[in-house]
Design a protein around this ligand. Structure first.
Ligand code: ZN
Length: 81
């Protein structure tokens, strides 16, 4: 059976924090990664349109994530590539 439609999820690294941040989950301090997560609706495996975009800060050691939308201090402390 051929699948006609579906979804595709893509993650892109946008930048890193300027300062080391402490992770409450793993207890390490690192330069966190700013990630863009995009979800597409596909038709015969071809992306047709985007239905979701999220920007999150991720700890490089344990992948614990914080939503930057909720925190202005996080967004002002990021170096973009
Ligand atoms: Zn962590």
């Amino acid at each position: 059976m051929i699948r006609v439609n579906g979804t595709l999820h893509k993650s892109t690294e946008l930048g890193r924090t300027n300062d080391r941040r402490h992770c409450d989950y793993c207890g390490l301090s690192n330069y966190w990664i700013l990630m863009l997560y995009t979800s597409y609706f596909t038709f015969f495996s071809i992306p047709i349109f985007t239905y979701s975009k999220k920007i999150m800060l991720a700890c490089p050691a344990c992948d614990n994530e914080l939503n930057t939308k909720e925190n202005d201090e996080l967004r002002s402390n990021i170096t973009y590539f």
